[in-house]
Design a protein around this ligand. Structure first.
Ligand SMILES: Nc1ncnc2c1ncn2[C@@H]1O[C@H](COP(=O)(O)OP(=O)(O)OP(=O)(O)O)[C@@H](O)[C@H]1O
Ligand SMILES: [Zn+2]
Length: 675
């Protein structure tokens, strides 16, 4: 890895821009010669020179002068990268904590303790090399996702089949995928059926059955509306069938490619804890310097020589460098975000990750989120002398002009019951959150919930029809009422089925410690209650207009924070107002991918407990790391003041830094405990 990352970069530069401070390679002569491993090789050489220079003269193997030359070499190898980095920072007007270490090493040399100084630099160099290696591992955990896509694809162009590089695929190309091969591109199926394993992209545990889309011309024009059974993603693994796929995204723009870019961005975004530790360091570091200066003057009051005081001051400097504190949070966030991405969850940085880890309230949208979002007609109740056919025809004609899930359900079921609809509607209007209106056969037709007929003008809802509607709602039916002119034609009861995953997911979330789980819905309160009860939610807020949803979420946010889970269909404003907005189905929707704080790639709730569990684990690890790093500093400062030497101080210092980093790296192996 030529990729060098210094823990101090991540958090010590006072006014660093995210990308500059975060991740830069040491692109120097040595790294070029040593294949990017110069740092670790230098650390090893430093140790070797130290060993020869220190033991050689002691065992009379080499003369003392030669030993000294080896110690100087150890200084060079151990201090080269630290000095380079520190000087680079100082020229930019930034301060680097590890500069304190260099001062301490020079101090040791100044006192004639060359071996001790070299030992300090050795521990320092090896510690940092390991740390950089670990951080690179976390960062590259996501880059490994790129290996999921094959380099080449088998394409059919103009009757010929040829193999091309995936970079050379163009939109509209037809790609042939044989059984058990990895998919080379995003697109939709035009031929063949197969069960495709999408776990690397969406985290879905079970393979998804794929089949050709009905109309490939429409699908190519509007890839976002292709159903889950038709759409495929680069990087997923074909099952036993073979497929022909039409390409809809260029190689650099596939879902996988975009997730990788977004993860890289997210990993550099600062979390509240990071900002806090930075502020803390701003106060702490000057205090350390003052303390060290005072310690170096202690010979003025204590009965000791100035060299001893100076040595002790150096030890204090090392002891108090809060390196572990600086790396504690960024390393955990890096690993957490990387692990999430590999499980089909895109977390946009440390802030949402930490927020989700500490929330205990979560709100769900109903339609399309907790339910499948495909309601069916279950009750048809004509009123007065209206026939069932007339009720259905008029409703079908009006709803044909609406794109609401309820409308689509009505249109579809009317078509299966009656065939082609002889009636047609015009002058359609949407009455947001309540219903719709349109002209059919010269009459103004209104369709919608009770509130539409209570608040609006026009003939009021007759009591006997209201009683029927209330009865249906009480049974958990979403009920819509139809009125043409002054005549009430009747009511239609629809039912949407909860997702199979809803109940187990909510049980898992409860087991993870979420206390308040609720639903917010525009649907009737009774219906909301029925669904909430079925899936195991604590409470349902129904009859909410779109702006009421926003108000409700803002209210919950003020009461200690809330995560809002939605499918992105008319719940985006509520998600934007939540502490953390979680969108599902992001693999198929660019808008959801871009706007959510956390995006579940699968069009399902399945990966939500994983996201919450991982966030909680990340928060726990950050807390452990903060306590450990502060604890070590709190121990080392008095210990060095009372005589602990530089060697042991550096050992403990670097040891604690590494422990913190490796503790964070545990997140990469976080187990998703779903069954
Ligand atoms: N096209 C329509 N035809 C009939 N009724 C409608 C239509 N659009 C909305 N309504 C009525 O307005 C209510 C609220 O609609 P809204 O779109 O705000 O919520 P929703 O998306 O259905 O539910 P949820 O908030 O649970 O996702 C619906 O339950 C329905 O009664
Ligand atoms: Zn350090």
């Amino acid at each position: 890895m030529s990729d060098k990352h210094n823990h101090d970069d991540a958090s010590h530069d006072d006014d660093h821009s995210q990308d500059d401070g975060h991740n830069h390679a040491h692109d120097d002569v040595f790294n070029r010669l040593l294949g990017g491993r110069a740092e670790i090789i230098f650390a090893a050489l430093c140790g070797l020179c130290l060993l020869i220079g220190w033991l050689g003269p002691k065992l009379n193997l080499i003369p003392a002068q030669a030993g000294f030359v080896f110690l100087l070499a150890a200084y060079f190898f151990g201090g080269y990268y630290a000095l380079r980095e520190a000087l680079g920072k100082i020229f930019k007007g930034q301060f680097q904590i590890d500069f304190l270490m260099l001062v301490a090493a020079s101090g040791a040399a100044f006192l004639g303790e060359w071996a001790e100084g070299a030992f300090l630099l050795f521990l320092f160099a090896i510690g940092h090399a390991l740390e950089n290696y670990a951080m690179a591992r976390a960062r590259n955990a996501v880059a490994a996702l790129a290996d999921l896509t094959p380099d080449e694809a088998l394409v059919r162009r103009g009757g010929k089949t040829e193999t091309v590089l995936i970079e050379d695929l163009v939109i509209g190309d037809i790609v042939i995928v044989r059984s058990n091969e990895r998919l080379p591109a995003d697109g939709f199926v035009i031929k063949g059926t197969s069960a495709v394993n999408q776990a690397p992209i969406t985290g879905e545990s079970a393979p998804v059955d794929k089949m050709p889309v009905k109309d490939s011309a429409i699908a190519l024009e509007n890839p976002e509306v292709v159903s889950a059974s038709g759409r495929v993603f680069a990087g997923s693994i074909n099952g036993s069938g073979s497929l022909e796929i039409q390409v809809t995204k260029l190689a650099g723009e596939t879902t996988l490619a975009r997730v990788m870019t977004m993860v890289a961005e997210a990993q550099t975004r600062q979390s509240p804890t990071q900002s806090f530790t930075k502020k803390f360091e701003k106060i702490f570091v000057p205090c350390v310097i003052v303390l060290a200066v005072l310690t170096s003057l202690s010979f003025l009051v204590l009965d000791e020589d100035p060299a001893t005081s100076f040595y002790r001051a150096m030890a204090v400097l090392v002891a108090a460098s809060p390196c572990a504190l600086a790396i504690a949070t960024p390393s955990a966030i890096l690993s957490g975000v990387a692990r999430a991405a590999r499980g089909g969850v895109l977390i946009k940085g440390g802030a949402p990750l930490e927020a989700l880890g500490s929330l205990d309230a979560i709100a769900f949208d109903k339609t399309g989120t907790l339910t499948i979002g495909e309601p069916h007609l279950v009750d048809i109740v004509p009123y007065g002398d209206t026939s069932e056919t007339e009720l259905l025809e008029i409703s079908g004609a009006v709803e044909a002009l609406s794109d609401h899930p309820l409308a689509q359900a009505v249109v579809k079921d009317v078509k299966t019951r009656l065939g082609d609809n002889p009636r047609e509607a015009s002058d359609f209007a949407n009455i947001i959150g309540q219903g719709v209106s349109a002209m059919v056969g010269g009459e103004l037709v209104h369709i919608g919930k009770t509130a539409l007929f209570d608040k609006g003008a026009g003939t009021p809802l007759p009591d006997d029809l209201r009683a029927r509607v209330d009865g249906l709602s009480a049974n958990g039916r979403t009920t819509i009422i139809v009125r043409a002119g002054t005549r009430y034609l009747g009511a239609i009861g629809l039912m949407d089925t909860p997702r199979d995953t809803a109940t187990p997911v909510i049980a898992d979330l409860r087991a993870l410690g979420l206390k308040r789980m609720m639903m917010i819905s525009g649907d009737n309160q009774n219906v909301a209650n029925a669904v909430a009860k079925e899936v195991g939610l604590d409470i349902a807020f129904g009859d909410l207009m779109p702006e009421d949803k926003v108000t409700k979420i803002a209210e919950l946010k003020a009461q200690g924070g809330v995560a809002m889970v939605g499918d992105g269909v008319n719940d985006a404003p509520a998600m934007a107002n939540a502490t953390v907005g979680i969108a599902m189905g992001a693999a198929g929707s660019d808008v959801a991918l871009e706007t959510a704080d956390i995006a579940l790639m699968a069009d399902d709730l399945e990966t939500l407990p994983f996201a919450v569990g991982l966030s909680r684990q990340t928060s726990r690890i950050i807390r452990q790391n903060l306590w450990a790093s502060l604890g070590i500093v709190a121990f080392l400062i008095p210990a060095t003041l009372f005589g602990l030497g530089i060697g042991p101080a550096v050992l403990i210092h670097e040891g604690s830094t590494l422990i913190v980093v490796f503790n964070a790296l545990r997140l990469l192996g976080y187990k998703d405990r779903r069954v």
